[in-house]
Ligand binder design. Structure first.
Ligand code: ZN
Length: 379
């Protein structure tokens, strides 16, 4: 490496440190210098181009205590943004995220996407992305899909067969003129709990139920995808060797006992809303169905925790809605089956992010990369 390259690398590394500090919270130059360990001169030098390019903004001076007035720096409210988009079986969703993690706009459009051709799906997604990003500079778009993704292509999506094998990221890039990253929705929902704020530590599993069961495994602060994108298929962990046949070809998969369709059927309800009302009213059939699902889910989760030694499980999506009636059974199975549980307490949480977790993670994939590779901000 030449000296010039080396200096450039050092500068980019410092820039990343400053941006990460600002994602944490705004701060004056003096405050940022103290938090990052950089000198004030280096700091001014690094922030100058960020201010000039409208990425940061300097707020009016505030008098703090006895000291000199400080002018906090923060991400510019009209600065560059990323958009997260989700193609789901029953809806399209988009969210615009600032570099500081602020949600600027979001929409969820109910639509049956199962039979829509890929080109039309991409046209509709592109239109929604343009609508929510507005005139701001668009850093890129994250695209979430309920299927297994490998190398930017969907390799398995039982509920969206028209999208399998289609280069979706490429198609959306052609429409929007920005970089597009395609990933599985469960991975992105997990990422939303990691960036821009750590909501569940650095080692956790995020589990949701929709048509299937999705799990995103986060190890050491990174989403673990596996060799070909199939990691975290908790729904197809076998809990009964000779159990019920599953759509995957196996038997006794967790999904056949704890999937949302199974819970609704066992509870005699058609929708999550009506199940929620039945649970509130103490309907014994509904309560029993959710408890049984919780036990099955807990057994599957305990297996995952034993394999990866993750201390925390976050229940999201429909599971977060059912959390009050589900958690006791899940926790009880975890307590009885997780080997590390005796050493330190295993933690079960309800996701605070609601139905927008997936799009938030999809946008976060792009803003996180821009902060980690700051040269992207000046491209
Ligand atoms: Zn299965």
């Amino acid at each position: 490496m030449t000296t010039v390259d080396h200096l450039r690398q050092v500068r980019l590394g410092n820039l990343r440190t400053v941006l990460l500090a600002l994602v944490d919270r705004p701060g004056s130059r003096a405050d940022l210098a103290a938090r990052t360990g950089l000198t004030k001169a280096t700091l001014s030098n690094l922030t100058e181009p960020l201010l000039a390019n409208g990425i940061l903004v300097e707020e009016p001076a505030t008098l703090a205590g006895m000291g000199r007035p400080s002018k906090p720096l923060r991400f510019h409210p009209d600065g560059p943004v990323a958009v997260g988009a989700e193609i789901n079986v029953s809806h399209l969703a988009v969210e615009t995220l600032g570099l500081d993690g602020e949600t600027l706009d979001r929409h969820l459009v109910p639509a049956d996407m199962r039979k829509v051709p890929a080109d039309e799906v991409l046209d509709r997604v592109a239109a929604l992305v343009r609508e929510v990003s507005g005139p701001r500079k668009l850093l890129g778009a994250g695209l979430a899909i309920p299927g297994v993704v490998h190398d930017g292509v969907v390799v398995r999506a039982p509920n969206l067969p028209k999208l399998v094998g289609v280069p979706l990221a490429e198609g959306l890039t052609a429409r929007l003129g920005v970089e597009v990253e395609l990933d599985n929705e469960a991975n992105l929902a997990a990422l939303a709990h990691l960036w821009p704020k750590h909501l569940a530590g650095e080692d956790f599993v995020h589990v949701t139920a929709d048509v299937g069961i999705g799990a995103g495994v986060v190890l050491g602060g990174e989403v673990y995808r596996g060799a070909s994108g199939f990691a975290g298929e908790l729904g197809h962990v076998v809990i009964e060797r000779n159990g019920v046949r599953c759509t995957c070809g196996s038997r006794g998969c967790v999904e056949r006992y704890a999937g949302l369709d199974v819970i609704l059927r066992e509870a005699g309800r058609r929708h999550l809303d009506s199940l929620g009302k039945a649970l509130q009213a103490g309907d014994p059939r509904a309560v029993g169905a959710v408890r049984n699902a919780g036990e099955a889910l807990g057994v599957g989760i305990a297996t995952l925790m034993n394999l990866f030694d993750v201390p925390t499980v976050v229940l999201g999506g429909s599971y977060a809605v059912l959390y009050d009636h589900l958690s006791e059974a899940v926790q009880s199975e975890m307590d009885g089956r997780v080997l590390a549980g005796g050493e330190r307490h295993t933690r079960l949480l309800a996701s605070p992010l609601g139905e927008f977790a997936v799009v938030r993670g999809a946008a976060g994939l792009i803003t996180r990369r821009a902060v980690q590779q700051p040269e992207r901000l000046f491209a």
